[in-house]
Write a protein that binds this ligand. Structure first.
Ligand SMILES: Cc1ncc(COP(=O)(O)O)c(C=O)c1O
Length: 411
């Protein structure tokens, strides 16, 4: 099929609005070949470095050979399995995941995507505390499903009448706002460690320690959403490890799939698992913890948790940090701030139109990047964690070119 035909078919049967949007934005890219850190247009006309990585799905690049091989071998023997029954693959992955998790998280409840895993976290918090209220960060994002949607931004909730008086939002980095919002009815506070959709905000020193203390004092559970920030993205396996804070519940998704087989998990303590003693079938998910996905996720963890891999991410982080600072100085005052932890980075521009202009300019310069949906002055910059320093240098050069191009576009 040629590109035009695909656009038309997609517009007729998947989303007319998206086709219109991408055509008008001049982003007529259709994913074709994809390999490691690069993606190619279906007609071969364009090659991009993937610096979006679907928010972390492609932390290990596209079609990582070890992951492809693990899936290939699993396909010789398994399918998704039966979600009601005991499973060796689920048991092994849960032990591996919880062994690598902070604090005393001992059980993993599997889902097929991040939103579902967040819903599970909120269900458990409500079930365990007998309370209804959930506090989350304004402008944060936890998914498009039920409770995840209710905990997120009004922009996504309101068209579907999904707002709920039981869900309260407070500004990020403001412990006093959490303290004021907490009540005897608060089941959980849910936070992304680094909120991506509101512009890669960096937690202030002591913020998560304060949130932890407030929750403990109030008998409220702390849910940490590591869907984007987890699995090595920030230089440690979990970003929350860097903030002296142990969550009661932690959610991982996106990168856990290796981009090959959807899987997500909600990690809880043995104490919280007691909630299921009376009826262990009270929460189920047909595709959650599919055995094929478990095999891929296990390999993802083996790679991502290794000391060598994390040291390499930290080294790349230093490399990017100095390169990005040079770019910031050259692009001042348009580029105001680099928000970076490991390879989780937001470029904060002075003008709210610069995020979208930069996404477009990056495309022209050979990079796939998107802007933060809830703060369009921020360009999200998420290179794969497996890039070499030579590739990183080329990416920085393309980014510098894109900034010049975006400024031209706006002027
Ligand atoms: C921080 C965060 N939490 C949860 C989700 C929801 O994950 P999914 O799209 O797999 O449902 C996302 C998705 O972008 C996310 O960025």
């Amino acid at each position: 099929m040629n590109k035009d035909d695909i656009f038309q078919l997609f517009g007729r049967h998947v989303s007319s609005g998206k086709v219109q949007f991408f055509r008008e934005a001049g982003l007529d890219f259709i994913f074709g070949r994809r390999e490691g850190v690069r993606i190619y247009d279906i007609d071969g006309s364009r090659e991009l470095y993937d610096c979006h990585c679907n928010g972390g799905v492609f932390n290990l690049g596209h079609r990582h050979p070890e992951l492809v091989e693990a899936l290939r071998q699993a396909l010789e023997r398994y399918d998704i399995g039966n979600h009601h029954f005991v499973s060796e693959q689920r048991a092994r992955l849960a032990a591996q995941l919880t062994g690598l998790a902070p604090g005393d998280l001992q059980y993993a409840i599997f889902a097929s995507g991040g939103g579902e895993a967040i819903d599970t976290a909120i269900k458990i918090a409500r079930g365990a505390t007998g309370r209804r209220q959930i506090i989350s960060a304004k402008g944060g994002y936890h998914g498009h499903t039920g409770y995840a949607l209710a905990a997120g931004d009004a922009k996504f909730r309101d068209p579907f009448l999904a707002a709920s008086p039981d869900f309260t939002q407070v500004p990020f980095n403001d412990p006093e706002a959490i303290e004021a919002a907490l009540s005897a009815e608060t089941a959980a506070v849910i936070m992304e460690t680094i909120p991506a959709t509101i512009g890669m905000l960096q937690p202030d020193e002591g913020y998560f320690r304060a949130v932890r203390e407030l929750c403990t004092r109030n008998g409220t559970l702390l849910i940490i959403d590591e869907v984007q920030s987890g699995l090595g993205r920030t230089g440690t396996l979990w970003a929350i490890e860097q903030f002296d804070c142990e969550p009661d519940i932690m959610v991982t998704a996106k990168g856990l799939s290796g981009g090959l087989y959807p899987i997500a998990a909600t990690l809880i303590s043995a104490e919280l698992e007691k909630l299921f003693h009376r009826d262990p079938f009270v929460h189920i998910s047909t595709f959650g913890g599919a055995e094929l996905g478990c095999v891929v996720a296990s390999k993802v963890l083996e790679i991502s948790a290794s000391a060598d891999f994390l040291a390499q991410v930290q080294q790349l982080s230093v490399f990017f940090s100095s390169g990005l600072e040079k770019i910031r100085l050259a692009a001042s005052p348009h580029l105001q701030e680099i928000r970076q932890r490991g390879l989780m980075t937001g470029l904060k521009f002075a003008h709210p139109d610069l995020g979208p202009a930069m996404a477009r300019a990056c495309f022209e310069a050979g990079l796939l990047c998107v802007f933060s949906g809830n703060d369009t002055s921020v360009l999200q910059f998420l290179p794969p964690l497996i890039i070499s320093e030579e590739e990183a240098a080329e990416i920085l050069q393309r980014l510098g070119n894109a900034i010049a191009l975006a400024q031209d576009m706006l002027s």
